[in-house]
Design a protein around this ligand. Structure first.
Ligand SMILES: [Zn+2]
Length: 173
C-alpha cells in the first residue's frame, strides 16, 4: 500500500472501523507521517449466464428489467413492482453462490415472479419464452426491439401483437 504523499510503502494502522459494507482504516505513513484512509470491501463476483448454446454472457440486470417490463406492458401493475421483482431475482441468483447460472434458471425465476404479479404478463412471457427456449437470447431480442432495431426472431412479433391487443384470451396460447 503506497502512501499517496511520498509513495512510501510502510504505514501503520491508527484506527479501524466497520462501516457496514466495508472496513475503514486510517493509516499513517512511517516515512512522511502523512495520514490517509483505506477501505476493504468484499469483492462482488460477477455472475455469468450459460446460454443454451453453452456460450457465456455476463449477467445483465438491465436486460432482465427490459424483458420483464416488456411482458408487463400496459398491465395495471403498481409502480415499483417490476424493480422489486428484478431485485428479488438478482438476489436469488447471487444466493445460489455459483459464478455461472444456466439461463433456464433465470427463465424459471422470472416466470415464478410473473405468475404472482400478473397472469396475463405471465402468459405472454411464457409463450414467447417457450418459442425461444433460451431466456438470454429472448432478452437480447427484446433489447433490439426497445432500441427500435429489427428483431431477428419472428416469435417476438407475438409480444408486440399481444401488448397491442385490447383483449387477450389465455385460451389462445
Ligand atoms: Zn508518506
Amino acid at each position: 500500500m503506497k502512501c499517496p504523499f511520498c509513495g512510501g510503502t510502510e504505514s501503520r494502522v491508527k484506527d479501524s472501523r466497520d462501516i457496514g459494507d466495508a472496513i475503514h482504516r486510517r493509516r499513517e505513513c512511517e516515512h512522511c507521517k502523512g495520514r490517509f484512509s483505506t477501505y476493504e470491501r468484499v469483492e462482488k463476483f460477477s455472475l455469468m449466464v450459460i446460454k443454451q448454446d453453452q456460450r457465456r454472457e455476463a449477467f445483465d440486470r438491465q436486460k432482465l428489467y427490459a424483458g420483464i417490463r416488456k411482458a408487463c406492458e400496459k398491465r395495471p401493475l403498481p409502480a415499483g413492482e417490476i424493480e422489486k421483482a428484478v431485485e428479488e431475482i438478482e438476489q436469488e441468483l447471487y444466493r445460489f453462490g455459483k459464478q455461472e447460472i444456466p439461463s433456464n434458471v433465470i427463465g424459471e425465476l422470472v416466470m415464478e415472479h410473473l405468475r404472482q404479479m400478473d397472469k396475463i404478463a405471465y402468459i405472454r412471457f411464457a409463450s414467447v419464452y417457450r418459442s425461444f427456449g433460451d431466456v438470454e437470447t429472448m432478452f437480447e431480442e427484446i433489447q433490439k426491439l426497445l432500441n427500435r432495431e429489427k428483431p431477428d426472431a419472428n416469435s417476438l412479433h407475438q409480444f408486440i401483437e399481444d401488448s397491442d391487443a385490447e383483449t387477450y384470451s389465455p385460451g389462445d396460447v
